[in-house]
Design a protein around this ligand. Structure first.
Ligand SMILES: NC(=O)c1ccc[n+]([C@@H]2O[C@H](COP(=O)([O-])OP(=O)(O)OC[C@H]3O[C@@H](n4cnc5c(N)ncnc54)[C@H](O)[C@@H]3O)[C@@H](O)[C@H]2O)c1
Length: 309
């Protein structure tokens, strides 16, 4: 009897809290959500030497943040460093770091703590793509994809999360991908690494909620193709529904999601609708939908950044 009462009470509390959360989210459809101030926050961006990482760095520079830029590409990172200074950042620190190497991450992270301070916004953005079908993909390239796209997130969190917990203040940002939500032909290693990054970031988010660490926020980003050259040669089957995205547009949306402390950001929004359909459609219809949306041949023309054509 007591346990029945307890479970009825739990159900009522759950329904009550859900109702309030639902109403609050409805209100924020009409009223703009408050945005936090990131001036003076120490923002670390991995993969800042080009593409999305550089666009993000420029935006945080304009918002008055202290920037810590990590990339394996020293030259590209120095260019970003110069550009963010021109954009108004007064404190910018560039480090050459190979995010596929755990020891390298730990060493550079210690250097950052000594030279700059506690990182309060960590953006795991560095990424690579192999673009081959599974059996054609050499082991070392698959391992590298996992090291950069997923395992680097483990080591950066281990390095910077303890101080965020001690200060009860921090924001963890995971740049996953729409390929972290659904399988794609010729992206087996990439999809697996992006699914892993998503699952890891979401699990740590659940840990912070369970431990009532209210000051630690999480944002997980799943964009479709971005015109940075990473997926050069690939084409989208239905540009009206799933367009290739401009890096500036994606960077604006990510920064806005961070400032609003949103947990999930799928770009374009249509990705969320596709995932919703996939969750209940009969499997065969879901596969047909996946095929219609281009997941079987989207990589056919893939050239990528490293190959010349
Ligand atoms: N471009 C897209 O279509 C697309 C779509 C969805 C998600 N993403 C993700 O967005 C992120 C940014 O990609 P992008 O499009 O700007 O590509 P990009 O190639 O322009 O940028 C990736 C950056 O990561 C750096 N990097 C690669 N290996 C590294 C390593 N071992 N250590 C440190 N830095 C390393 C590169 O030097 C580069 O500056 C990636 O995680 C990518 O998977 C990209």
């Amino acid at each position: 009897m007591a346990s029945k009462l307890k479970s009825t009470k739990e159900l009522m509390v759950f329904l009550g809290k859900s109702m309030i959360a639902f109403l609050v989210s409805m209100i924020f459809i009409i009223v703009p959500r408050p945005r936090k101030n990131v001036a003076g926050e120490i923002v670390l961006i991995t993969g800042s030497g080009s593409g999305l990482g550089r666009s993000l760095a420029l935006r945080f520079a304009r918002l008055g943040s202290v920037l810590v830029l990590w990339d394996i590409n020293e030259e590209g990172n120095e260019d970003t460093c110069r550009m963010v200074r021109e954009a108004g950042a007064t404190r910018v620190y560039a480090y050459t770091c190979d995010c596929s190497q755990k020891e390298n991450i730990y060493r550079v992270a210690e250097q950052v703590k000594k030279e700059v301070g506690d990182v309060s916004i960590l953006i795991n953005n560095a990424g690579i793509v192999t673009g081959k079908s599974f059996l054609d993909c050499p082991d070392e390239l698959m391992e590298k994809a996992f090291d950069v796209n997923f395992k680097a997130h483990l080591w950066t969190y281990k390095s910077f999360l303890p101080a965020m917990i001690a200060n009860n203040h921090g924001h963890l940002v995971c740049i996953s991908s729409s390929a972290g939500l659904t399988g794609v032909n010729k992206l087996a290693d990439y999809c697996a690494s992006k699914f892993a990054a998503f699952g890891f970031a979401e699990s740590v988010c659940m840990e912070t909620i369970a431990q009532k660490l209210k000051g630690i926020k999480t944002t997980i980003v799943c964009p479709f193709f971005i015109k940075t050259g990473m997926f050069k040669g690939c084409s989208t089957a239905h540009p009206f529904l799933l367009p290739a995205l401009e890096p500036d547009y994606v960077a604006d949306k990510i920064v806005d999601a961070i400032l609003q402390e949103k947990i999930y950001l799928n770009l374009p929004k249509f990705i969320s609708f596709l995932m919703f359909l996939k969750s209940f459609l009969p499997v065969k219809v879901s596969v047909l939908l996946t095929e219609y949306m281009g997941a079987l041949n989207v990589m056919d023309g893939f050239v990528g950044k490293n190959k010349k054509n």
